[in-house]
Design a protein around this ligand. Structure first.
Ligand SMILES: [Zn+2]
Ligand SMILES: [Zn+2]
Length: 107
């Protein structure tokens, strides 16, 4: 296991390895066929986002609502056209989402 090129992050909103591992075990809620990567799908829970999706798998910025996975919305939290989440935690969540999708059947 290599740690080359990995700069340690002590940011408070960064997820821990343990929480990322738990996120990979996430099973979609039975009433909801939402694909967290695309944000599309049937949502019986009638929420804009399924409330059961772990924080580590949600590619939408909690500040400005910019969807990093799908480039939807308007980045704004880091200034006009800039999303701090998209430059930091967002891409890590998208990578984790892709890993999650490989482990779960998503139609
Ligand atoms: Zn749901
Ligand atoms: Zn943002």
């Amino acid at each position: 296991m290599s740690v080359n090129g990995q700069s340690p992050s002590s940011r408070s909103h960064a997820s821990t390895p343990a929480s990322r591992f738990r996120a990979l075990e996430f099973e979609r809620c039975p009433d909801c066929r939402m694909d967290p990567l695309s944000g599309r799908g049937f949502r019986a829970c009638r929420q804009p986002r399924c409330p059961f999706i772990p924080r580590e798998l949600d590619p939408v910025c909690p500040e400005c609502g910019y969807d990093v996975a799908n480039d939807r919305g308007t980045p704004a939290c880091g200034g006009p056209g800039v999303c701090a989440f998209a430059a930091d935690e967002g891409p890590r969540r998208v990578a984790l989402l892709r890993a999650w999708r490989e482990r779960h059947e998503v139609d």
